[in-house]
Structures are given as C-alpha cells and as structure tokens.
Design a protein around this ligand. Sequence first.
Ligand SMILES: Cc1cc2nc3c(=O)[nH]c(=O)nc-3n(C[C@H](O)[C@H](O)[C@H](O)COP(=O)(O)OP(=O)(O)OC[C@H]3O[C@@H](n4cnc5c(N)ncnc54)[C@H](O)[C@@H]3O)c2cc1C
Length: 301
Amino acid sequence: MKDFIEFVNEHELGKIRENVSFKQLTSLKIGGTARCLYEPNSLDNLMIAYKYLKNRQIPTYAIGNGTNLLVSDDRFDLVLIKLTKCNGFKPLSEGRFMMEAGCQSGTVGRIIAKLGYSGSAFMGVIPGTVGGLIYMNSGAYKKEVADFLYQCDYLDAKGDLVSLTEGFNFGYRESIFQSIDCLIIRGFFKFPLAPKGEEPYQTINRYLELKLNTQPLNERNAGSVFRNPPHIHAWEIIDALGYRGFSVGDAGVSMKHANFLVNKGNATFEEMAKLVELIQTDAKKYYNIDLKCEWKILKKL
Ligand SMILES: Cc1cc2nc3c(=O)[nH]c(=O)nc-3n(C[C@H](O)[C@H](O)[C@H](O)COP(=O)(O)OP(=O)(O)OC[C@H]3O[C@@H](n4cnc5c(N)ncnc54)[C@H](O)[C@@H]3O)c2cc1C
C-alpha cells in the first residue's frame, strides 16, 4: 500500500488521502475507515495506477457519491477509488453523449434536457455518479440506464480496458458489472430528440418536486432500501407491518416514506443492518415476501 501511495505521488497520478472515514463518503454517514482513498486526475493516469494495483493484487473498491451504500464500522485495508476528477462530458452526433464515470448524474441529466433531448430526466433527479448509475442500472419514473446506454468502457480484473457494447445483462437495479471485477470508467448514451410540445427540463422540475414531496431528502438516507416486489410497493409492505417510524438505536424507518431508512444521528452499521433484517424477516413471516435489499453493503468477510 505504501508503495502504491509513493507511486501515485511520484508520477503525479492523482490525489491520495489516508485513513478516510466512510461517514464522509456516504449519504447515510455510517461506516469505518478506508486505508487509502485515491482520486485520479485523469483517466489515462487512472489506467496506469489501476494496472499497478491489479498487478500487485492490492484490493480496491469503487465509490461514487456513496448514495447507495451501507458500510460496516470496520477498518478496510484497501484502496478506495473515487473518480471525482474523471468527469468529462462530450456531446457526440445525433443525441449521443460520452460521460466519464465521475460525472454527476443530476448535472448531465439537466444538460441533456436543456439541449432538447428526451429521457434524461431520471438522471436529473438521481444523486449519484454516472459510474454508480451504470453499475446499479439506476432509474426513476419508468426510465433507467438500460434504456439509453449503448457502450460502457471499464477496466477489468487485470487492469485492461474493455469496451462493452452488448451483454449488459440489465435487470431491475442489476447489471453485468455487479458480477465481474471491474471499474467503470465511462459510458456512452443515446437520447432521442424531444417531440414538439415536450419540455424535458420541465419534466426534471416536476420529478424533483414529486421527490421533495414524498422522500425524506433532508435526512441521511441512501434512497429506497428494498426493491419493489412484483405487483406491490415495498413501502406498502413495510407500512402494513407497522414499521413506519420504528427505530433500532439511531437507525429508523422514515415517517415520510417507509421504504427509506434514515440515520437519525449516530446510527451504527449494526443498528441499520438489524433494522433491515427485522423488516425482511417479518415480510417473509407475515406475507411470504422476500424483500431484496437495493443498497450495496460493504463489510469485512
Ligand atoms: C435521496 C436519494 C434518492 C435516490 N433516488 C434514486 C432513484 O430515484 N433511483 C435509483 O435508482 N436510485 C436512487 N438512489 C440511489 C443512488 O443514488 C443510486 O443507486 C446511484 O446510482 C448510486 O450512485 P453513486 O455514485 O452514489 O454510487 P455509490 O453509492 O458510490 O456506489 C454504488 C455501487 O456502485 C459501485 N460503483 C460506483 N461507481 C463505480 C464505478 N465507477 N465502477 C464500478 N463500480 C462502481 C460501488 O462499488 C457500489 O457497489 C437515491 C439515493 C438517495 C440518497
């Protein structure tokens, strides 16, 4: 690890911070520390650094805005890679756009809408990065990444560059990237021109208002905790079980939206994980429904 830090500094491959708290890196503000946080200053330099890490089998973990992550209170001996500075955005021809993984989804979603293209409104209201969105196949209001992504470039387990144009295996909050060792570095999307009369930017404003009215956006959360099972909303099950407002320590079920679990102060991983487990157990016991967690959980094995 020390050698990697020296390598990055010597070759000016980006910024390194040591012993960084996940409380500063996630929207839930829960979690222990990462030994090293590496923020590359360009994709070219990232590729050099990533090859170095992979050649030496140094463990890595990609993090975007940490808006879909629950992290345990451990100390992780790994290099956390955050692509803050790899945020290039380039319009190509005929509604095609190249976005580096560190782009803010909200920003690019709004730019594309301003340019008169339809469909990017879902990006405009999700608080993640493009890398996180592709990995999660994130979506909102009946649109998701799968509808618009036609190419994704990533670094594979050996640190080599791969351009994927098919076989994304997209499903509900699922993608091939969740089952391979990869670091997504950029995505290529295509959006149709908005038909006459449609105002894409107004759609974003409308969605934002909907979210403001229905989601606890001023509390520490990580978006919906459970995927919606077929034919019913997860929040309806949680409500029916009587969990709205229920807490385990500082981990609580939001009063505003029952499928949002919030950190009311200094919630620990144990408290949040316990709350998730209690709801899942009762959903199975009383309704025979398997509630699947939408959050990604990072914990020591
Ligand atoms: C208030 C709020 C509202 C939300 N609303 C929605 C919504 O409407 N729809 C929705 O789908 N989600 C929603 N979310 C959840 C979250 O914003 C999305 O899942 C988002 O796509 C996560 O992006 P991120 O950059 O924060 O990823 P992170 O949380 O940092 O990471 C999520 C996962 O992606 C992996 N990852 C991140 N970047 C890369 C990369 N470059 N390469 C490989 N793997 C990577 C991480 O390792 C992790 O496993 C919401 C969250 C909040 C807090």
